[in-house]
Design a protein around this ligand. Structure first.
Ligand code: ATP
Ligand code: MG
Length: 467
């Protein structure tokens, strides 16, 4: 069956050009929409493999449509069109969930290549979903039933059975290592090696020989041939942990290895084929690194065919009781202690902590609790956490620099600043929802139009900005 593609652009010539370019080259049928609203109507009544969407359009723009698609059709692949050189918008689109972007005016071979890749991804997602829906009883060692974790499990189950590269993003201690292992253990490679490489702990010069291996005599101390980690991981999974910190030379070499599926050990003249699934992780902002030319864009796209974003613990506090119980049970066994339980007061307290170090920090706190508690119950006194302060005191002591700045101001100025920020956030959100339509915005927040207009005037909010 031909792939179904929907192109969305207010410039009709562009949608026609896409149709004329793609239909003869790819087995596909291209439909056209000339506004985001029109696209939404079409999407509500038909299924597509891919949407190609312009960013700048009158009325709802491409970002609005992208939001709608990521919410309503999370598996649908979207490629954005941007005016040439508008890299900021392209980066924003990727952040918001677009798979790729194409600059206008487009280069024919580039667009065909990119669209083929995007369609491959759609096909793969659909295939994996089908396969996994047949497999019952998906289980992993990852604990947590929050909405945020449910999304993570869904992604894992979609991609585990394929060979597609995965990029795991998340603050430190959110479970990146565990997620990588889970993906491997659910994949057809589960009985083959899982080889983690902690990239930043290995100096760059050594990292290359560690990864690709070397031949005897390749350098002064190379007394014999040595296998690299790629070879060790052959038929299995290579987990490139903290990939954000590796230098450009290794990035280039890794890109080649991933792309060509072959490596060349140091000092060797021949290349070797390898069959390795790559999972990478990072807690750094790769988009920022790319903008600063510290991380290769092509390498990023190679690695991030699928990205899994792990939520910080503070965004899933409902998972804390189950996590805490699991971690206590696990560590009591590990430390050879009798099983212990956590008092409900402590559980309550744990849910109120900020956890900047996420699950790892929670685990460390609980290990201390296990070691200090003399009874079967872990009480507050056994833990290195403070009782939670009242919210007002919290605010005053908050490490947020914004709050600290606010408390330096006189009451009148602090109040005015807070009102200004609140109104810009609140009314700004309403206006962007209604595309700058003040009457609709007023209805939404139960004000009359005049009242809302007065507030907008007072705080210099211009509805035209949202049209
Ligand atoms: N969802 C989870 N369920 C159970 N245990 C978890 C979960 N997430 C993390 N952990 C535990 O928390 C600890 C930290 O997890 P992990 O090492 O996977 O995180 P990380 O994101 O790789 O951390 P870092 O950034 O420090 O490398 C581990 O002991 C792991 O077992
Ligand atoms: Mg880690």
């Amino acid at each position: 069956m031909p792939y179904k593609i929907l192109t969305v652009d207010d410039e009709k010539d562009i949608t026609r050009l896409l149709q004329r370019t793609l239909e003869p080259e790819i087995d596909c049928k291209v439909s056209m929409a000339f506004s985001a609203k029109m696209a939404m109507n079409i999407l509500a009544n038909d299924t597509f493999d891919l949407v190609i969407c312009d960013i700048k359009m009158p009325g709802m723009d491409g970002f609005g449509l992208l939001d709608h698609i990521t919410q309503s059709f999370p598996d649908l692949t979207v490629v954005m069109l941007t005016a040439f050189g508008n890299i900021d918008l392209a980066v924003k689109a990727i952040k918001k969930g677009a798979y790729d972007f194409i600059s206008k005016p487009f280069d024919q071979s580039e667009i065909i290549y990119k669209i083929q890749k995007a369609l491959e991804r759609s096909h793969l997602l659909a295939e994996n979903k089908r396969l996994l829906s047949e497999k019952k009883g998906f289980s992993s060692q990852l604990v947590g039933t929050s909405e945020a974790m449910a999304k993570v499990y869904e992604k894992i189950s979609m991609i585990a059975s394929s060979d597609v590269s995965v990029l795991i993003l998340g603050e430190s201690g959110t479970g990146k290592d565990m997620t990588a292992k889970t993906i491997h253990s659910l994949s057809p490679r589960q009985n083959q090696p899982f080889i983690p490489v902690n990239c930043p702990t290995i100096p760059e010069l050594i990292l290359e020989s560690e990864l690709f291996g070397y031949k005897k005599g390749a350098f002064t101390n190379a007394a014999r041939d040595k296998k690299g980690l790629f070879q060790e991981a052959d038929k299995g999974t290579l987990f490139l942990d903290e990939i954000g910190d590796i230098g450009p030379t290794i990035q280039t070499k890794l890109l080649r290895a991933v792309q060509e599926k072959e490596i060349k050990p140091l000092g060797d003249t021949k290349t070797q084929k390898i069959d390795v699934r790559i999972i990478a992780s990072t807690n750094s902002d790769l988009e920022k690194k790319m903008a600063e030319n510290k991380f290769r864009q092509d390498f990023f796209y190679r690695l991030s065919v699928i990205t899994i974003e792990l939520p910080p613990l503070r965004d899933r506090i409902t998972d804390i009781p189950a996590l805490a119980e699991h971690l206590v049970e696990k560590n009591c066994k590990k430390l050879d202690k009798e099983p212990k339980i956590i008092s409900s007061k402590v559980l309550d307290l744990l849910m109120k902590q900020p956890w900047p170090g996420n699950v790892r920090e929670l685990e460390n706190v609980l290990i201390q609790g296990i070691l200090y508690s003399k009874e079967e119950i872990i009480n507050q006194a056994d833990l290195p956490i403070k009782p939670v302060q009242r919210p007002e005191a919290d605010k005053l002591n908050s490490s947020s620099s914004e709050n600290k700045e606010l408390y330096k101001l006189f009451y009148k100025d602090a109040k005015e600043k807070t009102l200004h920020d609140f109104n810009h956030d609140y009314i700004g959100a309403l206006l962007s929802m209604t595309n700058g339509n003040v009457t609709q915005a007023a209805k939404h927040c139960n004000l009359d139009r005049q009242g809302l207009q007065q507030i907008m005037k007072r705080f210099s909010i211009d509805p035209d900005q949202f049209r």
